[in-house]
Design a binder for this molecule. Structure first.
Ligand SMILES: Nc1ncnc2c1ncn2[C@@H]1O[C@H](COP(=O)(O)OP(=O)(O)OP(=O)(O)O)[C@@H](O)[C@H]1O
Length: 760
């Protein structure tokens, strides 16, 4: 917005703005649609009917209108929309805008690519405009997106539609280096477009960050943000926002959970699901197919597909970032004849944005994790969405295929299903997804008409001597192999995802690996089950000692393998949430080790806590195995597991621990007394001042909060943070120590019990 030239013109502008706002307010109040009604069912106004205030002093109806210029929105917004070539509204816009403009909360659901973004961007801009919000008023609106790329895209739409307005807006997403600069400016921004993590970071770290005047909160991809993966962050965010605000939730797969809505304090939201009656849950112009592809033929099929669609723009979904990297690097070396790109959450943000923009502009193949599955609107239409790995559920499928066939354009998708995943096809069909099951045909392999095996070429690539400067393909293949199997293993939906049904050796060979990598994972339940195919999975008994082996370092990255695995988990922006929700990674999962040679220790398990009480150190025996803490009390542990205790050592240890506890107890009491004293003092001061100062109250809350933390930390001190098992055992251990009166014999029995349980 250009600054006005003179004081007079500024005044003039202000006056006309005030008049416009008054008119808009009256128009909106006058034509409010009935709460609970769907404006789509209203007849459209006659073509040449007057818009706005009519001569007789009434206003034109805006519920039911079909064009943006028939809505009670400011001229600046209308200009922005016109310049961006938005004239006719889509169904979700027609249904929701009349409600949202008059201040109601919205739960909006519509198919992918149907224009939900404008359905919330317009009322956000208008609300602040009508409130005459200016830079000095602080944060007036927050738009939250689950991914950085989507946030950036929403920000672009906001900039283009709101370009004539005088509000300030900022994009706050992770992975950017300029957080300090951001902190300096964030308090001057009126509209924040952000990811949950970055917003929370500002809430926690930016001095005077203030959202107390927030007018509108928007959750795009709401079901995803309300998912368990973002639960903590979102709760923390919402707790810092005023309850009196307008809230919009939009998604193609909307939540209807009352709990979710309660979390956000929605007030009688308008539920506008415009495609509920539609025969299909996906865009009508989307042609969807599924084919059976055994695991070991997926890359052959993908390669053949790419080779026969060299003039298309193709988006390929794989489960993990290591797969994405491997397939991208390997195929790149094989020069398919079309530019290849990859996108995943482990990439640096700048590169991620670069790749995203490049893919918008050029015909190419983009290999991606689910980080690109939601909301992204790749500028020039994507021709094909290829799901090499099965989506985790129906919603994930809908969002993935929704990257093509957007707005009025058409698109095609193909889903590779392994024979063991056929149940997914039923699930999709049950949810109104018109997916056609086909045999590999000319539809998929248009020109070549036959599969071009690629595993031989990959094997040759992997066999090449490592060049230090080049990517270590063998290592990538190895990681791709393991992370894929683990992702299958972690799925709760065993009807579809069953790792025990996979041809492991063939899969390994298909990646070009000379030998089946040795992995460790899996579920005790699977013990004794036959893995289909000539699997080399050798199940070993779960033994505690395995957990204490040193991690192996990756020759390429120099990172511990387990470190890389942990990073991999971080990468899965999308999967992790649901996995956790389904108990995939939870403590309850019965994870044992199938161990195939490379025995890797979870890095966490090796962390040495220097504050650990005496006697709880991890002790290594002569062979480098570690012993559980109580074993240090034993004289000897014989091969059959029977233990002989050194009585002196046992009683000395318990005496020490008793002493320590007493000391800690004294400290606790002292601190508690001190805290109460401080509290009393504060209350006294407050009474004296004769008023309750809010800051004081906060201070007290802080005080008690930090006290709670202190207690937590203190109690943690007793536990071995390395493992939950160890934690609960040590917990028992401590409770035993507290019982001062037990005899040496009892102590001995207890110690023996603990030892044998640790070794079993
Ligand atoms: N009224 C309109 N007129 C013309 N084009 C529009 C209109 N509304 C939206 N579009 C275009 O339609 C495309 C999809 O819009 P948008 O990204 O908002 O879809 P969406 O419903 O949010 O999809 P998703 O569920 O995948 O997030 C965009 O390219 C956008 O510019």
């Amino acid at each position: 917005m250009r600054p006005p030239k003179s004081r007079e013109s500024r005044k003039q502008k202000r006056l006309s703005e005030v008049q416009e706002i008054e008119l808009l307010e009256s128009w909106i109040q006058n034509g409010r649609p009935e709460s609970g009604s769907n404006p789509l069912s209203l007849p459209p106004p006659p073509k040449d009917a007057p818009v706005g205030r009519i001569d007789d002093g009434t206003f034109s109806a805006y519920a039911g209108s079909q064009r943006f210029d028939q809505l009670p929105v400011s001229q600046k917004t209308k200009d922005g929309l016109k310049e961006a070539k938005f004239t006719k509204m889509t169904e979700i816009q027609r249904a929701s805008l009349p409600h949202s403009l008059c201040g109601r909360d919205i739960l909006g659901a519509a198919k992918t690519g149907s224009g939900k973004t404008l359905a919330f961007i317009i009322p956000v801009i208008e609300k602040l405009y009508r409130a005459r919000w200016g830079p000095e008023d602080g944060v007036g609106s927050i738009i939250i997106s689950p991914t950085r790329e989507l946030a950036a895209q929403l920000f672009d739409v906001l900039k283009s539609v709101g370009k004539h307005h005088n509000v300030s807006a900022g994009l706050l997403i992770g992975g950017r280096k300029d957080i300090d600069t951001e902190k300096e400016h964030v308090n001057d921004l009126n509209i924040l477009v952000c990811t949950p993590g970055r917003l929370l970071q500002h809430m926690d770290e930016t001095p005077n960050f203030d959202c107390s005047q927030l007018q509108v909160l928007v959750l795009d991809e709401a079901d995803r943000i309300l998912d368990v993966g973002f639960k903590k962050a979102l709760n923390a965010i919402v707790s810092q926002l005023p309850k009196h605000r307008q809230t919009f939730l939009f998604s193609a797969t909307q939540t209807k959970s009352v709990q979710d809505l309660a979390r956000l304090s929605l007030k009688d939201p308008e539920y506008l699901s415009v495609h509920d009656e539609s025969v299909t849950a996906t865009p009508n112009r989307l042609h969807q197919t599924a084919i059976i592809v055994p695991l070991d033929q997926k890359l052959d099929m993908l390669w053949s597909f790419i080779k026969s669609h060299l003039n298309s723009k193709i988006l390929v979904f794989l489960s993990t970032c290591k797969q994405v990297r491997f397939v991208f690097e390997a195929f790149k070396k094989l020069h398919p004849g079309i530019p290849l790109k990859c996108l995943h959450g482990r990439m640096k943000q700048e590169r991620r944005m670069g790749i995203y923009s490049q893919f918008c502009e050029t015909r190419s193949v983009l290999f991606s994790t689910d980080v690109a599955s939601r909301g992204l609107d790749f500028n020039k239409a994507v021709d094909w969405v290829v799901q090499v790995d099965c989506p985790e559920d129906v919603a994930a499928y809908i969002h993935r295929v929704g990257r093509t066939a957007r707005y009025l354009s058409g698109g095609k998708s193909v889903l590779f299903l392994m024979p063991s995943e056929m149940k997914m096809l039923e699930k999709l069909q049950e949810k109104k997804i018109p997916i056609q099951f086909i045999k590999v045909s000319c539809v998929i392999l248009a020109n070549t008409k036959r599969l071009q095996p690629v595993s031989g070429l990959l094997a040759a690539l992997l066999a090449k001597k490592d060049d230090k400067k080049e990517v270590d393909l063998r290592h990538l293949a190895h990681r791709a192999f393991i992370t894929y199997l683990r992702s299958i293993h972690k799925h709760r939906d065993k009807e579809v995802f069953d790792v025990m049904k996979l041809p492991i050796e063939e899969f390994s060979a298909s990646l070009g690996l000379p030998m089946t990598p040795k992995i460790r994972f899996l579920n005790q339940k699977s013990k004794g089950k036959q893995v289909s195919g000539e699997s080399s999975l050798r199940e070993e008994n779960y033994s505690k000692e395995n957990l204490f082996e040193l991690p192996r370092e990756c020759p390429v990255t120099g990172k511990l393998e387990e470190e890389e695995e942990e990073e991999e988990e971080v990468d899965k922006d999308f999967l992790s949430a649901k996995e956790t929700a389904h108990g995939g990674q939870g403590k309850s999962t019965e994870i044992a080790d199938i161990e195939l040679g490379t025995r890797i220790l979870k890095k966490k398990k090796l962390k040495i806590n220097v504050h650990r009480p005496v006697g709880t150190r991890v002790v290594f025996d002569d062979e480098g195995n570690t012993l559980p803490p109580l074993a240090t009390l034993a004289d000897r542990i014989s091969g059959d597991g029977s233990v002989q205790l050194d009585e002196d050592r046992v009683s000395k240890r318990y005496a020490n621990l008793r002493e320590e506890l007493k000391e800690e107890d004294k400290e606790d009491k002292l601190l508690d007394r001190q805290r109460r004293k401080e509290k009393r003092m504060k209350e006294k001061m407050k009474r004296r001042r004769g008023r309750k100062d809010e800051d004081d109250i906060e201070g007290e809350e802080d005080l008690s909060g930090s006290d709670g933390d202190r207690t937590n930390k203190r109690s943690k001190k007793y536990f071995d943070s390395d493992s939950d098992d160890a934690e609960s055992k040590r917990d028992k251990d401590n409770s035993t120590i507290n019982a001062n009166s037990i005899s040496l014999k009892e102590q001995e029995e207890l110690a023996l019990k603990l030892l044998s349980s640790m070794h079993s």
